[in-house]
Unconditional design. Structure first.
Length: 320
């Protein structure tokens, strides 16, 4: 056998082996790492995905919470895991923000994680305490300009809701003061209690208080109105054209995971997210299914890292 043929044969055998492994995948339980505490938006999405993938692939998908470091401890764990398809990550916009917001992270989202596919998107609401004499975004901007540095908002440092308000500062040419919190729940408590003037918050966490009148909703942060709240305008149509903050989450695998495995996971998750029961469950959380191809999700990831990097630099936002 010529030397060139001897080199080709092992490569062909390796290709056949990888293809066979992908067809058989999964042959053992798969972990989906949620890098946050149980009960949050990413946890809900991870468990929806795990349930559907278990049903469709006939193998158990287990959600494992690994919180800490603003979601980056769990992400780094997956980035350093074997690229076999048996350890996946539910990650999103907070990780894209972190690529610039944190001075040094032990992994690179764009290089060390392979996009499997986006799962869902969901907007937040900009809400104020009723004592604040504003009923619209334009009125809020006018009041903030007349009282620079006097109005505060609460947010978990580095979260999409933190950067949503920093973007508001930049685009609205105002100076709202950030008060750091460890999560959305204490923000809601202090906003309802009047210790905070305003906040950007996910729909599920604040909607009961909007309905009771304990907080007033001004706008939705996404480019389009929420199907749950069709009467509530967007920030963009209320005075800040181009404003767009939508949280998104999707599945990632360690870089180097075989394309065939990623392709199979993507095909199954896209089918699962289109099922009526999943759409209904997500809608109840203010979210919308938004499955993509791995390639499209990769483009979204890179674009979001660049977009939020600019917001971080322009606003001067920091995480101590």
């Amino acid at each position: 056998m010529p030397p060139s043929a001897r080199r080709v044969v092992p490569l062909l055998l390796l290709g056949f082996a990888l293809a066979s492994a992908a067809q058989e995948y999964p042959v053992k339980p798969v972990r989906i790492i949620d890098p946050f505490s149980p009960g949050g938006g990413s946890d809900v999405l991870a468990r929806v995905a795990a349930q559907k993938l278990t049903e469709r692939l006939g193998q158990t998908f287990i959600v494992e919470n690994r919180p800490g470091g603003g979601g980056h401890i769990g992400a780094d764990f997956v980035a350093k895991s074997a690229p076999s398809g048996y350890t996946l990550l539910m990650a999103g916009v907070v990780h894209a923000i972190g690529m610039t917001l944190y001075r040094k992270l032990p992994y690179d989202m764009a290089k060390d994680l392979a996009p499997v596919g986006q799962v869902a998107t969901f907007p937040s609401l900009i809400v104020v305490h009723p004592s604040l004499p504003v009923t619209s975004i334009k009125e809020l901007i006018a009041l903030a300009r007349s009282r620079p540095g006097e109005l505060n908002y609460g947010a978990n440092p580095g979260s999409p809701n933190h950067l949503a308000m920093e973007m508001f500062n930049v685009m609205g040419k105002v100076k709202l003061v950030h008060i750091g919190y460890k999560g959305a729940a204490p923000v809601v408590i202090d906003l309802v209690g009047g210790q905070l003037h305003l906040a950007s918050l996910g729909i599920p966490s604040v909607w009961p208080h909007v309905q009771s009148g304990r907080v007033r909703v001004l706008a939705v942060t996404s480019t389009s109105r929420s199907p749950l709240l069709p009467a509530v305008p967007t920030v963009a149509e209320s005075g800040l054209p181009g404003y767009d903050v939508s949280s998104w989450y999707g599945l990632y695998a360690p870089a180097g995971t075989p394309d065939a495995v990623i392709g199979r996971l993507n095909s199954e998750i896209r089918a699962a997210m289109k099922s009526p029961d999943v759409s209904e469950r997500l809608s109840s959380q203010g979210a919308q299914a938004a499955p993509t191809s791995p390639e499209e999700f990769g483009r979204i990831t890179r674009a979001e890292i660049a977009r939020w990097g600019k917001v971080v630099r322009d606003s001067g936002a920091k995480v101590e």
